[in-house]
Design a protein around this ligand. Structure first.
Ligand SMILES: NC(=O)c1ccc[n+]([C@@H]2O[C@H](COP(=O)([O-])OP(=O)(O)OC[C@H]3O[C@@H](n4cnc5c(N)ncnc54)[C@H](OP(=O)(O)O)[C@@H]3O)[C@@H](O)[C@H]2O)c1
Length: 314
């Protein structure tokens, strides 16, 4: 495994980050906890030390499962835990954005309890809350930081202007944007901004929810949140899977890596990116992505893959 400093923090993180959204039954169905625990063990054995979760994933469930793992395996100190706040999850069927002072303090305490830890390494604002003044968010986060309950602060799903608003009141150490071969908006403004400010970047949906792994033929039917997702249905699904199979598969074969490793290597080649978060359900998901950080892609090949995928998918 390869490691890298996260932005200006003192955290040295693995270039693959273990994503825990898959522990959200509403989006991913009920996955096997035996498989998930085995995958966490495999990830740790392989040197992955960076875990991304959120209080919203399964309305606390994902944090509880991770907390049980940390306690059972006595490994809290070996891992860098990133979690998020933003949603008010008091009524799970009717959640809404809530980054008020009172709710941030309450949810941070709840996250610490669920994770069975005294501190959160990276506390991320899941998205921009239009109804709360950044000054109020700052008061809560700076108080938590002063108490040692959170170490560093990150943001997700925000544009440059929104990040700038928060930067007036507190340091932002990490951005978590959507980024993969098919979703490249972050390259335009966010990545240059993060490079300039030395803000770490951890990408989500690095495999575009699995479609960039080359394991689909285009005829599969899904019984999770992908069932109605435009990329996983109809002609669009067939077009994208065919592009992955004709553009990415031969390159991966030539490099002697899996298609998932090629997709992640493509992300990690961008100089703004610190780590790629990969959503994991089972050991195979870890085993077949481990070689991604071993090397970077030649710049000509990096552009060629992206251009050919864009042409084939449009
Ligand atoms: N900040 C945010 O708003 C936000 C949003 C989304 C995600 N995230 C974070 O980013 C993480 C990853 O993003 P994501 O969940 O959208 O998905 P992703 O990593 O793009 O794809 C995950 C899916 O890909 C398949 N997969 C994973 N590894 C594989 C491998 N090596 N070989 C073959 N298939 C593999 C699995 O699909 P199957 O189910 O078909 O096996 C898995 O459920 C999440 O867990 C979460 O931590 C954050």
């Amino acid at each position: 495994m390869k490691y890298i400093q996260l932005g200006k923090t003192d955290l040295v993180v693995s270039r693959i980050c273990f994503g825990c959204w898959q522990l959200s039954p509403r989006f991913w169905g009920n996955i096997s906890l035996d498989d998930w625990n085995a995958a966490m063990k495999k990830a740790m054995d392989a040197g992955i030390n960076f875990i991304d979760t959120a209080q919203a994933y399964g309305e606390g469930y994902a944090e509880r499962v991770l907390g049980d793992f940390l306690e059972k395996n006595r490994c809290r100190k070996n891992l860098i835990i990133a979690t998020k706040f933003y949603w008010n999850i008091e009524d799970p069927s009717n959640r809404y954005p809530d980054t008020t002072f009172h709710y941030i303090i309450k949810e941070c305490e709840a996250s610490l309890k669920r994770l069975k830890t005294d501190w959160i390494d990276l506390y991320q604002i899941h998205a921009w809350d239009p109804l709360t003044n950044p000054e109020e968010v700052a008061a809560a986060l700076l108080s938590l930081k002063k108490q040692g309950k959170i170490r560093w602060i990150g943001v997700s799903n925000m544009n440059v202007h929104q990040i700038d608003m928060y930067l007036r009141y507190f340091d932002i150490d990490c951005l978590q944007p959507l980024y993969n071969i098919l979703d490249r908006d972050a390259e335009k403004e966010l990545f240059p901004f993060c490079l300039e400010k030395k803000i770490g970047v951890i990408t989500y949906s690095s495999l575009a929810r699995g479609i960039l792994t080359g394991k689909y033929s285009g005829n599969e039917k899904f019984d999770d949140s992908r069932a109605n997702h435009p990329r996983f249905t109809g002609e669009n699904f067939r077009k994208i899977t065919s592009a992955v199979n004709t553009v990415m598969k031969p390159v991966a074969e030539k490099l002697g890596i899996t298609v998932a490793e090629l997709a992640v290597r493509w992300i990690l080649t961008h100089p703004a990116v610190t780590s790629a978060i990969v959503g994991v359900k089972k050991v195979e998901h870890i085993e077949t992505v481990l070689r991604a950080p071993d090397d970077v892609l030649d710049r000509k090949l990096w552009h060629k893959i992206a251009d050919e995928m864009s042409i084939a998918c449009n």
